[in-house]
Design a protein around this ligand. Structure first.
Ligand code: ADQ
Length: 469
C-alpha cells in the first residue's frame, strides 16, 4: 500500500486528548492517514515576519503532521484575499462580492509555490498526494515543476460554478489548466463535475476520451463525483453520550409546550441566514396560531471576520433577528434565539435531536454536512423533519428531505409549516430513507472511494508517459 500525503490549507488533527470538538472531516482524514501511515501538511495558522519554510513536525495519535508558518502578506493576499475574497464568493455565485485584485492572485501563486517547495523534500517516490480545496488548486503544477511525478489527486469541497460565471475570473484558463496537472479531480456532485466538464469542452477545447477521462492542455485527467459524508457511526455514539443527552433535556426543558426549529452554520453569506430569518418572519406573519408555539434556534459561529463581507452579514443578521424579536417577543417567548458561538460536537448532537425541524437552507453549498448530522442525530421512533435547500450539494443525495428554494420566502414559509405539521408515519418514512443514505455513504466510504481511485491510476497514459521519461 502506498503512503498517503494529505495537503490542506489548515491542518486540524485530532488532539491527543481526543477532544470532541474536532470535525468529522478531520477525523476521517486522520483515520485515512493512520491506515496509510501518512503525513498531513499545511499552514500552521501562525504568521512569521519573513517566510522561512521551516517545518514543524509532530506525531499526533499516529499521524505525522507537518506545518509551516506564513508571512502576514501571504495571509492577506492568499488566504483572506484570493481564497476568501475571490474564489469563495465566485464559486458560490456571488460575483457581486468577488474581488478581482492582481496582488491577491500573485499572493495565491506565491503561497502555492512556497507550499510546494516546503513539501517537496518530504515526498517519496511511491507516495499518493491528495490535495484539498480551492486554496491549493495550483499546487500540483508547482510540485510537477519541481519534478514530482507521483500520483496526485485534488478534491474540491465547494461548488464548481457554471462556466459562464468562472469565465468572469481573470486568469480562469490558467487556473483550470493547473487542474490538469493532477491525475484525479474529485467534485462533490455530478452537477459540479458537469459544470467543470462544460468549461473544458467550451473554453479549453478538451474532449472526453473514455468515460471519466478527459484530455485538454495536452494532458489527461480522470474526473469523478465523490460526495462527502459524515462519520455516521461516530455520530450515533455521540448522540447517546452523557453531554448530548443532557443538552437534549435542556433544550426540551426550555421549549416546553413549543416546537423547536434549528439551524447550525458557519456565519457565512453563502448559508442563506438572512433569507432564512426573513422567511421565518413571513411564516410568523402568516400563521398567527404558531406565535408562541414555535422557536427558531440559530447557531452561527463567526468565521473569517477579517473580511468585510462577513462583518456586513453579521451586522445584518443582528438587525433582522433583533427586529423580529422586537416585533413578536412576549414575556416568556422569543421567536429567534440567535447564538454566535461554537459548541462541542456532542452538544450539537443533543441540540439536533431535540429539534422538530432542521432548517438547512444555503444559497449555495458544496455539500453541507449539517444536513447529514441532523439526520444522524434523530430519534428513530420519532424523527424530526429536514428542510433542505435545492442548492446544497446534499440535495442530490437527500431527496427525501423537504427540498426548498432558499431564495423564495413563500416556499420556505410553506415548508416550515409542512414540516411542523407532518404526520409521524410520513416523518418516519422519509427519515428512514435519509438515514440509510447517510449511513451508506459516510465519510469512510468517501475516503476509500477516492483513495482507491487514485491508487488505481498507476497505469494512466499520463503516468506511463511520465515514467518513460
Ligand atoms: P462548511 O462551509 O464549513 O464546509 P458544512 O459542510 O456545513 O460547511 O460543515 C460545517 C461543520 O462545522 C459541521 O460539521 C458542523 O457541525 C460544524 N459547525 C457549524 N457550526 C458550528 C458550531 N456553532 N459549533 C460547532 N460546530 C459547528 C465546506 C463546504 C461544504 C462541505 C464541507 C465538507 O462549504 O459544502 O460540505 O466543506 O466538504
Amino acid at each position: 500500500m502506498s503512503r498517503l500525503i494529505v495537503v490542506s490549507n489548515r491542518v486540524t488533527p485530532p488532539s491527543a486528548s481526543g477532544e470532541e470538538s474536532v470535525g468529522g472531516l478531520a477525523m476521517a482524514l486522520a483515520a485515512a492517514l493512520r491506515e496509510y501511515s501518512g503525513l498531513w501538511f499545511g499552514w500552521s495558522g501562525k504568521t512569521t515576519p519573513e517566510f522561512t519554510g521551516q517545518l514543524a513536525m509532530q506525531k499526533i495519535d499516529g499521524v505525522t503532521v507537518a506545518t509551516v508558518d506564513l508571512e502576514d502578506a501571504d495571509v492577506d493576499e492568499y488566504y483572506n484575499g484570493y481564497a476568501n475574497k475571490t474564489l469563495w464568493p465566485l464559486f458560490h455565485y456571488r460575483s457581486d462580492l468577488t474581488a478581482f485584485d492582481r496582488a491577491y492572485g500573485e499572493g495565491y501563486e506565491r503561497v502555492n509555490r512556497r507550499f510546494a517547495e516546503t513539501l517537496r523534500p518530504l515526498i517519496e517516490p511511491n507516495d499518493l498526494v491528495w490535495i484539498h480545496d480551492y486554496h491549493l488548486i495550483p499546487l500540483a503544477r508547482e510540485l510537477r515543476r519541481l519534478g514530482v511525478k507521483n500520483r496526485m489527486g485534488f478534491f474540491l469541497h465547494v461548488p464548481w460554478p457554471a462556466y459562464q460565471l468562472i469565465t468572469t475570473l481573470p486568469g480562469h484558463r490558467q487556473l483550470v489548466q493547473a487542474m490538469f496537472d493532477y491525475d484525479l479531480l474529485g467534485f462533490q456532485t455530478a452537477e459540479y463535475q458537469q459544470a467543470f466538464e462544460e468549461y473544458v469542452l467550451n473554453e479549453a477545447d478538451g474532449e472526453q476520451t473514455s468515460p471519466g477521462i478527459w484530455k485538454a492542455f495536452g494532458r489527461t485527467v480522470r474526473i469523478g463525483a465523490y460526495p462527502i459524508g459524515i462519520d455516521a457511526a461516530d455520530f450515533a455514539k455521540l448522540v447517546r453520550s452523557q453531554r448530548a443527552v443532557r443538552m437534549n433535556d435542556l433544550m426540551r426543558a426550555c421549549t416546553v409546550f413549543r416546537r423547536l426549529i434549528i439551524g447550525v452554520d458557519r456565519l457565512d453569506y453563502s448559508k442563506g441566514l438572512e433569507e432564512r430569518f426573513l422567511a421565518y418572519e413571513d411564516f410568523l406573519g402568516n400563521h398567527p396560531d404558531a406565535l408562541e408555539g414555535v422557536s427558531l434556534l440559530q447557531i452561527a459561529t463567526p468565521s473569517r471576520d477579517e473580511v468585510t463581507a462577513y462583518q456586513d452579514i453579521r451586522a445584518r443578521l443582528d438587525a433582522v433577528s433583533g427586529r423580529i424579536n422586537g416585533a413578536y417577543a412576549t414575556a416568556d417567548w422569543v421567536p429567534i434565539r440567535y447564538v454566535n458561538r461554537t459548541y462541542r460536537r456532542d452538544e450539537l448532537a443533543g441540540m439536533y435531536r431535540a429539534a422538530d425541524v432542521g432548517l438547512v437552507t444555503p444559497l449555495r453549498d458544496g455539500m453541507n454536512l449539517v444536513a447529514k448530522e441532523y439526520v444522524a442525530a434523530q430519534d428513530p421512533s420519532d424523527p424530526g423533519v429536514l428542510v433542505l435547500s435545492q442548492f446544497a450539494g446534499a440535495a442530490e443525495q437527500l431527496g427525501d428531505a423537504l427540498i426548498v428554494n432558499p431564495f423564495s420566502r413563500e416556499d420556505m414559509s410553506d415548508a416550515i409549516q409542512r414540516a411542523l405539521t407532518m404526520p409521524r408515519p410520513e416523518r418516519l418514512r422519509r427519515w428512514e430513507r435519509l438515514m440509510e443514505e447517510v449511513r451508506n455513504n459516510d465519510v469512510t466510504a468517501w475516503r476509500d472511494r477516492y483513495v482507491q481511485a487514485l491508487e488505481g491510476l498507476a497505469a494512466t497514459p499520463r503516468l506511463v508517459e511520465a515514467a518513460a521519461h
